[in-house]
Design a protein around this ligand. Structure first.
Ligand code: C2E
Ligand code: MG
Ligand code: MG
Length: 572
């Protein structure tokens, strides 16, 4: 029985002249409910409440008989009154969130989710307010989105956080007109300090460096990794940008007090301006980085400004683009399979198809490099078509219990009818839909989300599974997971890598596991490299894993050999 109908049944029975024993029993059902339940008559008086409700609302005595004005916070009260005013509704009611502070300052803030429904009893309306504690889940969600955009050590923005902030700024006419100076900064001689005084003091220095960067008046301060930082300042002319670099440098090179020690580091700085690099945050930062490299090598001046001749990568990328044009015709693209294993016994349950490019002079080009280029040029459509077909053909000849995962880029969804393409490929290759998973990343929902959701729903109707790749790295919100048509969640390697030592990673993985279970989604852990990690994830309830511990990506022939060997894992 749904909550709503349960509530109505209870309300009805409470009001009706039933034998006393039965009414008592039903009152007891409300009292003992695991949720906060408060039943309110049309006059706004509470006629029944669960013990949990009393605890969550931190009400000292029984709630029965008192007015909602005295017992409920304003937003929940409004919901009850609105529900009573509107009456019974056929529409499913939206869930809302409220924050319960409690009377005492020191009491912990609780976040509850609530919904108010109405039943009619003997011609009179009765409202039932249901609420439950989601504080822990909210905290994990907030932490997750903080981690995606911030550096946990210093609290500065992460690269993603900086990219988001710059993007947001350039969305407005005014932000573009103002322009932005982006500095890439490297703390020189940080490593010897870190080695000599230990990591704890090194961490102190990094934190102090961030507060000094903040004190310059920069709009954004980010830590890009190790001892590399970036800051951005709007509204500076090229000349003022140079002066700003001098200021930043002066602040950073002052001595640092680290407990009993004093340390001095240097600062190399490169910068670029949006009037030169344009409005793409990645390009702005990478141009500032190129200038930084020049500044590091040049003696004398403390900083260097980006100039277009420095952009070697631009040329390299163009070369890559040209090389890609012929890669397929020349047979340079190949297919590898990485096993996915059951965490309880290590047996192979499926494979992920991964693309490889071997260029005659460039050598092995990583998919991390060539997939973005293929996406930009639209070449990904042809590549994606090829890998899907090749992988389906191959895995169709393997034992029937093995699943196949294929990565599909957001650009494919944008440019072609992915559903038709997959349906046709399955038809041509004879590969059963129920053995296929399509791996997507969260970026796919950024544009045209509705069309994508519909396409995914159609794929599911065909029997194809949908897996959300790299979960936790992008725009992840545990909250919105429930609304997406996905069957599996792949926890990103960056979390798994931090196991077993990192508590926070453990907490986040556990939160994802808990929610996935509630939402009936399968979790796959990516990037498992050690037996310890596999064991820990298994203890956390994760059933399937992928990573070097179970096997690196292999050719089809190697994969077949591995599957044929009696102890499949011996072939790793
Ligand atoms: P992904 O889909 O998340 O694939 C997992 C990546 O992690 C693979 O890198 C795999 O080799 C690597 N990996 C697996 N286990 C471990 C481990 O234990 N430790 C470490 N350090 N790494 C591990 P790869 O093959 O370089 O692919 C990188 C990314 O390129 C993929 O990430 C995927 O986003 C993209 N990609 C690869 N093939 C395709 C494709 O056919 N189509 C599309 N659209 N994207 C692809
Ligand atoms: Mg993948
Ligand atoms: Mg991944």
């Amino acid at each position: 029985m749904g909550l709503k109908s349960l509530a109505s049944a209870i309300a009805l029975r409470l009001r009706k002249a039933t034998p006393a024993g039965r009414s008592d029993a039903l009152a007891q059902v409300v009292t003992d409910n695991y949720d906060g339940v408060v039943i309110v008559d049309a006059g706004g008086t509470i006629i029944a409440a669960s013990l949990v409700a009393r605890k969550l609302l931190r009400h000292p005595g029984p709630l029965e008989g008192i007015s909602i004005d005295a017992a409920l916070p304003a937003d929940m009260r409004t919901a009850v009154l609105q529900a009573l005013a509107v009456g019974r509704s056929a529409e499913p009611l939206p869930l809302s969130l409220a924050v319960l502070h409690g009377g005492d300052e020191r009491q912990e803030r609780l976040v509850v989710q609530y919904v108010a429904t109405v039943s009619e009893v003997d011609g009179a309306a009765v409202a039932c307010l249901n609420f439950w504690d989601v504080t822990e889940r909210r905290r994990a969600e907030e932490r997750l989105s903080f981690l995606a955009t911030h550096d946990p050590l210093t609290g500065a923005l992460s690269r993603t956080g900086l990219t988001n902030a710059i993007n947001e700024r350039f969305e407005t006419e005014r932000g573009r007109a103002e322009g932005l100076t982006v500095l890439a900064i490297d703390l020189a001689r940080f490593k010897p300090v870190n080695d000599a005084l230990g990591h704890a003091h090194g961490d102190m220095l990094l934190k102090q460096a961030v507060s000094r960067l903040r004190s310059t008046g920069a709009a954004y301060v980010a830590r890009l990794g190790g001892h590399g930082f970036a800051v951005a300042h709007p509204g500076l002319s090229p000349e003022e940008s140079g002066q700003f670099c001098d200021l930043v440098q002066a602040r950073l090179v002052e001595p640092y007090q680290l407990g009993p020690h004093r340390a001095i580091v240097g600062a190399d700085i490169g910068f670029s301006h949006s009037s030169v690099s344009g409005y793409d945050p990645d390009r702005l930062v990478s141009h500032a980085d190129m200038a930084l490299n020049v500044s590091r090598e040049a003696s004398g001046k403390s900083y260097a400004a980006f100039s277009p001749e420095m952009d070697e990568s631009l040329r390299a990328r163009q070369e890559l683009e040209t090389a890609m044009q012929q890669a397929m015709e020349r047979g340079e693209i190949s297919l590898m399979f990485q096993p996915q294993a059951a965490l309880d016994d290590g047996s192979t349950v499926g494979v992920e198809a991964l693309m490889r490019w071997m260029h005659p002079t460039l050598g092995a080009v990583s998919p991390e490099r060539f997939i973005p280029v293929a996406e930009e040029t639209g070449k990904i459509v042809e590549l994606g078509r090829w890998i899907l077909e090749a992988a389906c053909r191959e895995v169709a000849t393997w034992p029937g219990h093995l699943r196949l995962s294929v990565n599909v880029s957001p650009i494919q969804f944008e440019l072609i009818d992915v559903v038709a393409e997959i349906r046709d490929t399955l038809g041509r290759t004879g590969f059963p839909a129920h053995r296929l998973d399509v791996e997507i990343t969260e970026g796919i929902f950024m544009s045209n989300a509705q069309a994508v959701i519909e396409a995914l729903q159609k794929l599911r109707q065909l029997g194809v599974g949908i897996a959300l790749d790299d979960f936790g790295t992008g725009y992840s919100s545990l909250g919105y997971l429930g609304r997406l048509p996905v069957d599996k969640i792949k926890i990103d390697q960056s979390f798994v890598k931090r196991l077993p030592g990192d508590q926070e990673a453990g907490v986040i993985i556990r939160a994802v596991m808990m929610l996935s279970e509630a939402l009936d989604k399968v979790v796959i852990a990516e990037g498992i490299e050690t037996a310890d990690q596999a064991w820990m994830l298994r203890m956390m309830g994760c059933k399937v894993g992928q990573g070097y511990h179970f096997g690196r990506p292999k050719t089809a022939a190697e994969m077949r050999a591995m599957l044929a060997s009696p102890d499949a894992r011996a072939a790793i």
